[in-house]
Write a protein that binds this ligand. Structure first.
Ligand SMILES: Nc1ncnc2c1ncn2[C@@H]1O[C@H](COP(=O)(O)OP(=O)(O)OP(=O)(O)O)[C@@H](O)[C@H]1O
Length: 505
């Protein structure tokens, strides 16, 4: 070993510059930075590097990730490798919890390069600015790459999408290199998600990460003609991304070869296994030949664990932090507002330079309500607002999203159609005008205000109409250290007291 911590594989003088190194021969290790011959191992990360220059570049990247507390850096930039003790320590520090299959679950990784991914995929991750995996990616990617089934939960905005897309793209690439004579290009993976917007977003990310690889996608969602979607699949795709209703429709009208599907993903799994979607999801699943099952959401219940477990013989549970809790990066500001005062309160906020932080999404419970409120906001406050909901045609929904994300319209009034999964990168403020019907939906809705740990704000209107949610809402606010309106405290304790009397305590 030399002072730089590199272990030469042979006795040659250590190469200083990347340019001094030769190209790798087939089967030889490649430098994780420049892809030349990876002659040395970087001690701190266990990655292959070609020269001292690339080792320094690698260490700079590790530093810039700042995922770990400075005092722990020396320990934490080391991948745990095969040591289960190190893996346990790392999981404890990163709040990664794993259950099922005991030691068969691979240890978390600290870099994408440690996952044995195709070089092109690594390059695409780098181009996307994904310098280091997030905690859910650290554990879920190596686990999913083994082909095992997973039920995984982590905060909203913490990178769950890439946690299933990276293994899918990697496994598809491997499949093609192992089956060069298979020219049929039948689908190898399927992702189901609850809304068109989320499917579009997942497809965008899949295209970005799969660029330049034998990896094509087909979007199967309502609102667009089925003929085009069918044609695309018939031309050969690796991944189908769709909403359950349209996929069932497609499968019932046309013969699609699904036997090669290796991986089946339910994004927002708790929503996908609820009444309304569940039968369709099961129908699709039964048409597949026992694929690997990857289930993801920020909120997962025992019931979901049970149903999820029935889809796969053995399933690994992965969670980051406390499941079912609001993302701590979102500052919740709950305000008691009587139903009749809600509109006025909203207008006041939108007129206030201190409180309005555009672009903002206002969540309401009904489609008509969304249209009316968007109109009223524009007329009364002069702030341009548009609405989006499930009844609008796909083209209009696309245009509305374009105007909002493009900065032309500062306020978007939405039903739950944008409540889950959708990555509204520019948004730092959401206003919950109508409380959703469950606390889980609430957690997803306010999660739109923060992606990847960026600070965001959720202004939440509460009143007596939301009585059913009071105890859960108080717990959600408390868990994030948010102030609780006094009306909410009073009514919650009265409710609890009455409940006790009713059941005869
Ligand atoms: N390793 C990474 N490095 C940098 N950015 C990342 C990384 N992984 C994901 N991102 C970005 O973080 C944002 C949030 O990711 P994503 O939408 O996958 O979150 P999520 O956990 O699925 O959230 P939700 O529960 O709300 O659906 C996206 O903009 C994504 O491009």
């Amino acid at each position: 070993m030399n002072e730089e911590g590199c272990v030469p594989h042979n006795s040659d003088v250590v190469k200083q510059k990347s340019i001094d190194q030769r190209a790798p021969l087939s089967g030889e290790p490649k430098c994780v930075i420049c892809s030349r011959y990876g002659e040395y191992i970087c001690d701190e990360t266990n990655d292959d590097v070609c020269s001292l220059e690339c080792k320094q570049a690698l260490l700079r990247r590790v530093d810039s990730a700042r995922v770990f507390p400075a005092t722990d850096e020396c320990f934490y930039v080391r991948d745990p490798g095969s040591s289960s003790h190190d893996a346990q320590l790392l999981r404890r520090k990163l709040d990664i919890h794993v259950q099922g299959q005991g030691s068969a679950v691979p240890p978390p990784v600290l870099t994408f390069t440690s996952c044995g991914l195709p070089p092109k995929l690594l390059l695409n991750l780098e181009t996307a600015g994904y310098d280091f995996p997030t905690p859910i990616q650290m554990q879920a990617i190596p686990a999913a790459l083994t082909g095992k089934s997973l039920l995984a939960s982590a905060d909203t905005g913490s990178g769950k999408t890439a946690s299933f897309l990276v293994p899918i793209i990697s496994r598809c690439t491997t499949y093609h290199s192992e089956h060069p004579s298979d020219q049929r290009r039948n689908p190898l993976a399927m992702v189901l998600a609850p809304t068109r917007e989320l499917c579009v977003q997942v497809e965008d990310q899949a295209k970005m990460l799969g660029k330049g690889l034998p990896f094509k996608t087909a979007l199967v969602v309502g609102g667009d003609p089925m003929s085009g979607q069918l044609y695309r699949i018939q031309q050969g795709v690796e991944l189908i991304i769709g909403t359950p209703g349209r996929v069932v429709d497609l499968l019932s009208k046309h013969t699609i070869e699904l036997d090669n599907i290796m991986t089946f993903v339910l994004d927002e799994v708790d929503c996908m296994l609820q009444r309304g979607f569940r039968d369709q999801v099961m129908q699709i699943f039964q048409a597949l030949s026992q694929p690997q099952v990857l289930l993801f959401s920020a909120t997962i219940s025992r019931e979901v664990e049970k149903v999820g477990g029935s889809l796969a013989k053995e399933i690994i549970l992965v969670s980051i932090g406390n499941p079912n809790k609001p993302n701590k990066a979102v500052n919740q500001l709950a305000i008691w507002v009587d139903a009749k005062q809600k509109k006025q309160k909203l207008f006041d906020i939108l007129r206030s330079q201190n409180h309005f932080k555009p672009p903002a999404v206002v969540y309401v419970s009904s489609r008509v309500g969304a249209d009316l409120l968007a109109n009223a906001i524009t007329v009364v406050t002069g702030v341009k607002a548009l609405s989006i909901h499930g009844e609008k045609p796909m083209k209009e929904r696309r245009d509305v999203m374009g105007s909002f994300l493009g900065g032309e319209v500062p306020v978007l009034v939405s039903t739950g159609v944008l409540g889950r999964g959708v990555d509204l990168l520019v948004v730092r403020q959401v206003i919950v005008f109508d409380m959703p019907s469950t606390i889980k939906e609430y957690i997803h809705v306010i999660g739109r205000a923060s992606r990847m740990g960026e600070k965001g704000t959720a202004i939440v209107f509460v009143n007596e109409d939301d009585r059913n949610l009071f105890p859960d809402l108080v717990a959600a606010l408390k868990s994030s250290g948010a102030a609780i309106p006094k009306e909410l405290i009073n009514l919650t304790s009265r409710e609890m007291h009455n409940k006790k009397r009713r059941v005869g305590y």
